[in-house]
Design a protein around this ligand. Structure first.
Ligand SMILES: NC(=O)c1ccc[n+]([C@@H]2O[C@H](COP(=O)([O-])OP(=O)(O)OC[C@H]3O[C@@H](n4cnc5c(N)ncnc54)[C@H](O)[C@@H]3O)[C@@H](O)[C@H]2O)c1
Ligand SMILES: O=C(O)[C@H](O)COP(=O)(O)O
Length: 537
């Protein structure tokens, strides 16, 4: 990943209204040259026209970041979502283009949970309808008889950050809480004092149902006419998550049919939703996507994405990635040193072969095998592909690009590391060749290549290397050294290895200057030299 300093201006484009206090970290950043452009409320074609030189795009839910926007953004490295839901961002397009998407998953949890409870209470007691009537000069106490929350059952579908916070608060109202989430365990349900249930069980038993899942293909229309049919008469529905999780037409029909007593909606399939048919029903109360609209939440989510932008440009890593594996903080410190090694090993192999790689086997041995190795594989693939893809390949799209060209990627983990604390061995298979390289981190000494093909070596993976295969006969080393001297190429280090006396041997040389194609030909013509490759790491 890239790190930047003041030498380059970074254009940060803020396309939705963000808290000014929240973007304070960006405004006061001293080490990076950030050019902050605030230009909100743009139509898609206006955004496309302005995005060509933008490095970082910051949005909330209002701006839709389409494939067209991404393709027009020639410099874009990072999209920051100041909030949770990323359904307004074409993640596949971002990933293909190597653009990191980060969000702020924690900053608005409380606000969204509080809004959900406010909506449920308002729904139970008809507060918006009663207020409207009163504003219109009518003192009507008969039309707005509500229901209590106490002893009612609340079904929570999607028991993540917000779902759990809603459950805590509902229990404070002395409600019984049922919850469904594919990741909810019996232990966690017990610990939180909720009844673990299926969506169907919730539909059958709940008086109030609230959804808190992301909008995904699996959750779109999760609550539909079949589910409404299972529900109690007079059930009340709340959606402060995403429009589309509850089928809007089916909800409308269920309300008109008297099955559903009321619905509280903060979100709609298409927003802004000012003339939606659900809004014509007196049983429906609604807010214009206000779940996260508090001073605290807006400051918090904007601070989180601002800090991730700064972190990305200073360290090359981010805290809340959406389209790359997220590494817990405590593990990051341990695996980060391997990133460069994995990339160098991949790069080494890309320069050893000229054929397309059909399969790559990555073996992680020793301590490194205890970690989530996917980021290491991404770095190895980045190194492997960079020969042909240059700067267009990064940790985000390396796996995607590899799979797109049909490369089979196999990761293996073993505890034994042949005497090393950790060992990464990478094998590539092409139509006609197989090549292997292995590397490690030596305590206090940094990265080393310790094996090339079947030969044990000890090479710092840095600078200009010459990889020479020769027949193990006297004089080969001397001839190579003399030829390089003739070409004014200074040898810094030299390693030799062989499997058996008189067989094939390898030389690994580090040299002080770039070795040209012409120089390589001269070396390759020497007696008993079978193959010469220049490798730049
Ligand atoms: N109205 C607002 O302004 C507002 C504010 C914040 C968040 N949100 C939305 O609220 C939702 C939840 O946010 P969060 O922060 O709790 O996210 P989260 O990722 O912490 O929780 C989502 C949960 O949904 C679960 N889930 C996924 N697929 C499911 C399925 N098929 N059935 C049931 N559960 C499933 C996940 O396992 C996860 O536990 C998101 O859609 C987010 O965009 C809306
Ligand atoms: O997913 C979210 O974080 C919420 O829907 C908030 O959206 P907003 O940033 O547009 O308020």
């Amino acid at each position: 990943m890239t790190t930047a300093t003041k030498t380059r201006t970074i254009n940060v484009f803020i396309a939705d209204p963000l808290s000014e206090d929240g973007i304070f970290p960006l405004r006061q950043e001293q080490d990076l040259d950030l050019n902050i452009i605030v230009d909100t409320g743009l139509a898609p074609e206006e955004l496309i026209a302005k995005i060509a030189n933008v490095d970082v795009l910051l949005v909330r839910s209002q701006t839709t970041v389409t494939r067209e926007v991404i393709e027009a953004a020639k410099s874009l490295k990072l999209i920051g979502r100041a909030g949770v839901g990323v359904d307004n961002i074409d993640l596949a397009a971002a990933t293909e283009h190597g653009i990191i998407v980060v969000n702020a998953p924690d900053g608005n949890t409380n606000s969204a949970a509080e809004h959900t409870i406010a909506m449920m209470t308002s729904l139970a007691r008809h507060i918006p309808q009663a207020f409207n009537t009163l504003k219109n000069g009518k003192w009507d106490r008969k039309s707005f008889v509500g229901v209590e929350l106490k002893n009612k059952t609340l079904g929570v579908v999607g028991f993540g950050r917000i779902g759990v916070e809603v459950a805590y608060r509902a229990k404070g109202q002395r409600m019984n809480v049922m919850a469904y989430d594919p990741f909810l365990t019996d232990e966690r349900a017990k610990e939180l004092g909720v009844t673990k249930a299926t969506v169907e069980e919730i539909c059958v038993a709940a008086d109030f149902i609230t959804v808190h899942t992301p909008l995904l293909p699996e959750t779109r229309n999760l609550i539909n006419k079949d589910k409404f049919a299972m529900m109690k008469d007079g059930v009340r529905i709340i959606n402060c998550a995403r429009g589309g999780i509850i089928n809007e037409d089916d909800l409308y029909d269920a309300i008109v049919a008297g099955k559903v007593a009321g619905a509280a909606l903060d979100v709609f399939v298409s927003e802004p939703a000012t003339d939606h048919k659900l809004l014509t029903l007196p049983q429906v109360i609604a807010t214009p996507h206000l779940g996260a609209s508090t001073i605290e939440a807006q400051e918090s989510v904007a601070v989180d994405v601002s800090n991730d932008i700064i972190k990305f440009y200073k360290t090359g890593t981010v805290t809340n990635p959406v389209n790359m594996p997220s590494i817990p903080k405590e593990l990051l410190a341990q695996v980060e040193p391997f990133f460069e090694l994995a990339e160098k090993l991949g790069s080494f192999l890309s320069q050893v072969t000229t054929e397309p790689v059909k399969e790559i086997n990555l073996s992680y041995a020793g301590e490194v095998a205890n970690y989530d190795v996917r980021p290491l594989t991404s770095n190895a693939l980045k190194g492997l592909l960079s020969k042909n893809h240059g700067n267009h390949v990064n940790d985000v799209n390396a796996r995607y690009l590899s799979e797109r060209i049909g490369m089979k990627i196999n990761e293996h983990k073993t505890t034994t590391a042949k005497g090393f604390t950790s060992l990464i061995t990478i094998e590539i298979i092409t139509a006609n060749e197989t090549h292997t390289v292995a590397g490690t981190l030596l305590n206090g000494l940094g990265a080393r290549i310790v094996k090339v093909e079947d030969y044990v070596v000890d090479v710092i993976p840095q600078g200009h290397l010459l990889y020479i295969k020769n027949t193990d006969k006297p004089g080969a080393i001397g001839r190579v050294a003399t030829k390089l001297a003739e070409k004014e190429i200074n040898i810094a280090t030299m390693q030799v290895g062989r499997a058996q006396v008189g067989g094939t041997a390898v030389m690994m040389l580090t040299v002080d200057n770039v070795v040209t194609e012409e120089d390589l030909v001269f070396v390759a013509q020497l007696e008993n030299i079978d193959e010469v490759k220049a490798i730049n790491l």
